[in-house]
Ligand binder design. Structure first.
Ligand code: GDG
Length: 457
């Protein structure tokens, strides 16, 4: 028996070298970073969109130490445009993050979304041995549970929704609200990051479908579907060990020596939900109001390229780069520039060295399902401070972080001041408490717990 994981993004992306050999490199992103260790451990099949090198339909991963197989669903260019860049990223993503004004609800794109979900479901049916549990991931594949259920009424099907579930008032703006909920309710178990998202989901089931709910259960078409809050964790000990290794300590020292100031760090996919412009503006305000901080603190913003085919992401990039230029233009003096901006992904080790070097980590999304960066930073830090948006799902679990409202520029600037001036004793006390919390529910516990609940083990 094996586990079947289904997600849009594949865990490793192929790259062809000059010698014609394919190397498979880990994809960047919350979901794949979280699930690869799970499948490596339990074995089974991962089904995902095979982006690039379409001739490879199946591969054993990780390369060199294969533990599971990846089955690659092939999509045409038009399908990628309408299913992925279109319906997933221009309808469901902004809607779920409360950005209604950014949504584009187009029925042609919805049709493609339905067809692509069918293709994924078919691939599951072809790959699955009787008894194999299926774990579907995220908003790109909401219809897959029902599509599997229609042919295999006895299958154990779980779904994890990695992004926020909005208020039903927002959800009801979706023209296919009913179909989407019915798709999801093909699952036996639905997981979300916070109790709030679960509440909103249950209320959508009542209002949109007229379904009955009882505690955490939705009664729908003679079946009972449980909806639970199970926030994802990270590999706490692995991050901690890596961050305190001599190589990373040295790399972190180098970063600090080069800057010669306190380090504020931001690490995000370049996405409008992450609140990057608001963060930069707050930092600019902070420098205006605290002249004594000039020359003593640097904001390093790492922005990982994301969804560059979508116009609003290109606009965001120009806005961010304009702001960096404006703030640096205003404050740069005597060899010090307040903001350093990196527009690329980093290797995991380089990233961890930055976490280790940071005095203050700024995680200030306008809305975020959970936010793994916040947890990774905590696991890697020695005496750093986490500034965390109250609109990140992780805020529920991390009360000792300095919590902020990213829509309030003055409050955000003051939080920066508080974090930068915090005594070593307080920093350590907060961090120790937060690290204990992380250890209480790490990635392994999350994944094993979900699979155990799904299979009734
Ligand atoms: C979605 C939800 C939810 C980032 N930069 C680099 C890099 N990363 C890695 C981080 C982290 C992951 O990417 C980002 O995860 P987040 O959780 O912060 O955000 P999303 O990608 O939006 O993830 C989110 C998550 O799913 C899981 O449920 O928490 O709310 O939106 O792991 O380390 N990795 C490398 N280089 C980088 O430059 N190697």
């Amino acid at each position: 028996m094996g586990l079947i994981v289904v997600s849009n993004r594949e865990p490793y992306a192929p790259r062809k070298g000059e010698d014609g050999q394919l190397t498979w490199r880990p994809s960047i992103g919350g979901l794949t970073a979280a699930l690869d260790p799970v499948l490596r451990r339990v074995g089974g099949t991962w089904i995902a969109w095979g982006e690039g090198q379409a001739e490879v339909e199946e591969v054993a991963l990780p390369q060199g130490d294969p533990r599971y197989r990846l089955k690659r669903v092939q999509l045409s260019e038009a399908e990628v445009r309408d299913y992925y860049h279109g319906f997933s990223n221009r309808a469901l993503w902004p809607m779920s993050h409360y950005f209604i004004e950014r949504t584009k609800y187009l029925s042609a794109q919805w049709q493609t979304y339905v067809e692509v979900n069918r293709r994924f479901a078919r691939t599951v049916l072809e790959s699955r041995e009787p008894g194999d549990p299926v774990w579907v991931h995220d908003y790109q594949l909401a219809l897959v549970p029902r599509l599997i259920r229609e042919s295999r009424s006895d299958a154990r099907i779980g779904l994890f929704w990695h992004i926020p579930w909005p208020s039903s008032e927002v959800f009801r703006t979706l023209p296919w609200d009913r179909e989407l909920l019915e798709g999801l309710l093909g699952a036996d178990l639905i997981g979300m990051h916070t109790p709030e998202y679960v509440r909103h989901f249950l209320s959508a089931c009542r209002r949109v479908l007229g379904a009955e709910t009882e505690g955490d259960t939705v009664h729908w078409q003679g079946r009972a579907v449980r909806v639970v809050d199970r926030p994802i964790g990270i590999e706490v000990d692995e991050y901690g060990a890596l961050a305190s290794s001599p190589e990373i300590e040295e790399a972190a020292d180098r970063i600090r020596r080069t800057l010669q100031t306190q380090l504020l760090l931001g690490v995000d996919r370049l996405d409008y939900t992450k609140g990057i412009p608001e963060r930069l503006e707050a930092f600019g305000d902070f420098l205006d109001r605290h002249p004594e901080a000039r020359g003593r603190v640097t904001l390093l913003q790492i922005a990982v390229p994301s969804r560059e085919q979508v116009e609003s992401y290109r606009q965001l990039r120009s806005r961010v780069e304009g702001l960096v230029g404006r703030i640096n233009g205003r404050h740069t003096q005597g060899g010090w520039a307040p903001i350093q901006y990196v527009y690329r992904g980093m290797g995991r080790e380089e990233l961890v060295a930055h976490y280790r070097a940071a005095d203050v980590m700024l995680v200030t999304p306008l809305r975020d399902g959970l936010n793994l960066v916040a947890k990774e930073f905590l696991a890697c830090s020695r005496d750093g401070v986490l500034v965390l948006s109250r609109f990140a799902g992780a805020a529920d679990e991390l009360p000792e972080a300095v919590q902020v409202n990213p829509y309030n520029p003055t409050g955000l600037a003051e939080a920066l001041n508080q974090a930068l001036g915090m005594s070593l004793e307080e920093k350590k006390a907060r961090l120790t408490r937060l690290q204990e919390r992380l250890r209480g529910s790490d990635l392994r516990a999350w994944a094993d717990g979900f699979v155990a609940e799904l299979t009734g083990a």
